[in-house]
Design a binder for this molecule. Sequence first.
Ligand code: SF4
Length: 302
Amino acid sequence: MTNNELIEKIKRLKEEKDAVILAHYYVDDEVQAIADYVGDSFYLAKVATNIEKKVIVFCGVMFMGESAKILNPEKIVLLPDETADCPMAHMAQIDRIKELGAQYEDLAVVCYVNSTAELKMHSDICVTSSNALEIVESIPNKNIFFIPDQNLGSFIKDKVKDKNIILNDGYCHVHHELSKESVLKAMEEHKDAAFLVHPECRKEIVDLAEYAGSTAGIIDYATKSDKKEFIIGTELGVMYELRVKNPDKKFYPAYDKQLCPNMKKITLERVADALENMRYEVKLTEDVIEKANAPLKRMLEY
Ligand code: SF4
């Protein structure tokens, strides 16, 4: 089937099944192009609270599908590829949370949304890279365990000096492995370009940037900037929206292989298959939904 035929099929099935398509900026361009809503985790979490359709097709990885289900327990949430999972989402230990909870009476477990529903169940509040700094600054707790991403945690720790922020050892391999050498090479090749980076990258990379922030923040910064050229240090799916919004500007990758293999599993074929066969449904128990909803709700209230 050609792409055009697949797109027609998806449109027809979407109507038939009363479905809406949400897509993260890191999925392939053609999948972003057929989505009803495209955004980063924070935007999509907000959108997911106001969906009226019966079915949500989530073009992203498992923790995103889980969050959509937690926020919409009565809806059917489909993940087009059930193996699209984020390794970092699993990189924190419940035992460590309990250990630190016993050590610090006022411990707040601050959980990046890029985490499993199980980790969220053991957390006090969720954050995204768009709101992490604001939320960590606002909560009254002095002692904070930031899970699972060490790099976003360290980015926040650097800015919030009056709290004891305990870091976890999780990381996103797509961002963590961006090397200083690649960035310096790109800077050398594009001397007039501003370097924009995601704080899931290591500190030595973030320190080189003109701007560090969420995917939506990077898009917004580049769109409002007077500069015409940018080097991008995040998953390269973001280039699609950057170019759509800024056809007159130039964007270069800091590293041309900065791609998330799990996000790339979501193809047009997979989306059509998900709608046609109503798979793969994200299923969570009532207990998980209730407990994991509390920290997500707290974040959205902030
Ligand atoms: S880009 Fe990183 S954090 Fe995002 S889904 Fe892929 S591995 Fe996980």
